[in-house]
Design a protein around this ligand. Structure first.
Ligand code: IMP
Length: 427
């Protein structure tokens, strides 16, 4: 039996899609347990690019079962479009199951996400505008609509009537925008319920049966540790738990059933959206890395902010997730640089600290303490063994292991499945 959780160790966009796709070839089941279509996973298979937002990347392997569990918030229109897109491209989607307990992203959520961001002005979070925050707010406020509700039209009508009255009140009174029509929304979402019905299941039961039956189960995290609503750079975070603990709650499995947790980190750092970012580069090296790494959001197309690798962030990710190792992606993007930097500590008026600051104020006051390492000139995309990497690249990996304190278990050197250097068994 082996159950592993793979999480983002930075601010999302670490290349989890590629790593999860690589690991999915060994998995019987792949589970998405948090987030929504704010996520964007790009997977390249034999030159064909697949962009996924809700369906687990495991769907690209014909034998792997995929589950969207209760902790995910689902925009049904987006999910149905993604299912149709996969079908059109010859991918069998019959192996997909969706938790009846997953909450639904409703049109008033996306509308409010945009209105809230507009109202915040300079203090905006820089959300993906996919309605994620408002959907999780309603879940916590106990006024959410769940996937299972869409399958029971009468009950759904009753619930929607109550919720929509309140939402329309806010939309028209507080924001002065058009209210939604109850009957139109009801018909639209009952339609989605009919289209999704064949996929709806008791996800927690399925996942637990798979684990108890000795199957290899992979939990696919979305976003990253630093965007976790509790452990991230609040308030510039998402509204779910991308850190490893989110897998247990978001899928209905006991934490004791999880064997290992791995973090995915880029060989440098990126962040999309607002909020503190100590190692951010605002010079030509940053824009160079952005262009070479095509650092533009999969979901929104926004340019990503780019910076040096931050070992303080990674040690924090090791701590809050209990990471057993790091999968390091995009090492090839650093080809050709004269030198590389790693932030090994932070410095502020209070002195030098090895720990990630506990408060936003402290974080904003720090300067990274850098260590400089030599770069390498030769392209590394075709390399498949650690020992064949240029000496400077090996030194970079060695140093990351030393300063972060966990082994690098996999290195990705390109977009294709084959551009991967597996270093340790992860399942
Ligand atoms: P939200 O999740 O749309 O509410 O956005 C909140 C913050 O999380 C913003 O800074 C987004 O840019 C960021 N975010 C959300 N999803 C992702 C992701 O999949 N990758 C990277 N950043 C994300």
């Amino acid at each position: 039996m082996s159950v592993i959780v793979v999480v983002g160790a930075q601010w999302g966009d670490e290349g989890k899609g590629k790593v999860i796709d690589f690991l999915s070839q060994q998995a019987h089941m792949v589970v998405r347990h948090q987030g929504g279509n704010n996520a964007g996973h790009t997977v390249v298979v034999d030159d064909r690019e697949f962009k996924l937002h809700l369906v687990p990347s495991g769907i690209l392997y014909p034998e792997t079962r995929c589950v969207i569990a209760n902790g995910v918030v689902i925009d049904p229109k987006v999910l149905l479009t993604e299912i149709a897109y996969l079908r059109q491209r010859g991918v069998d989607v019959e192996r997909l199951r969706i938790s009846s307990k997953a909450h639904v992203v409703m049109p008033y959520h996306t509308r409010m996400d945009a209105l809230n961001e507009e109202r915040r002005g300079e203090n905006k979070i820089g959300t993906t505008l996919r309605g994620i925050g408002p959907a999780y707010m309603d879940k916590a406020a106990r006024v959410g609509i769940r996937v299972g509700d869409l399958l029971h039209p009468e009950e759904f009508h009753r619930r929607l009537e109550v919720v929509l009255e309140e939402k329309n009140h806010i939309l028209s009174r507080a924001y002065g925008v058009e209210p939604f029509s109850l009957e139109e929304m009801y018909r639209e979402f009952v339609g989605y319920g009919q289209d999704l019905a064949q996929y709806v299941a008791d996800a927690s039961l399925m996942i637990n049966e798979a684990i108890d039956g000795g199957e290899r189960v992979l939990f696919e995290g979305a976003q990253g540790t630093m965007l976790d609503i509790d452990h991230g750079t609040y308030p510039f975070v998402t509204s779910s738990h991308p850190s490893a603990g989110g897998a247990a709650i978001g899928a209905g499995v006991g934490p004791t059933k999880i064997n290992h947790v791995y973090g995915v980190a880029k060989a440098y750092t990126t962040r999309v959206g607002d909020g503190p970012f100590p190692t951010e580069l605002s010079d030509s090296i940053g824009s160079d890395i952005r262009e070479r790494g095509h650092e533009y959001g999969t979901t929104t197309g926004r340019p990503r902010r780019v910076g040096w690798l931050d070992a303080v962030v990674l040690r924090y990710a090791v701590r809050v997730n209990g990471l057993a190792g790091l999968a390091l992606t995009r090492l090839d993007v650093l080809d050709g640089l004269d030198s590389l930097k790693i932030a090994t500590a932070y410095e502020s008026e209070g002195g030098v600290t090895q720990q990630f600051p506990d408060t936003d104020g402290e974080l904003r006051a720090v300067q990274p303490v850098y260590e400089t390492l030599p770069g390498w000139k030769e392209p590394i995309g075709a390399i498949r063994k650690r020992e064949d990497l240029p000496q400077a690249a090996r030194r970079y990996l060695d140093r990351i292991e030393e300063v972060v304190g966990v082994p690098v278990v996999l290195v990705s050197v390109g977009r294709e499945r084959s551009n991967t250097i597996p270093l340790r068994e992860m399942f």
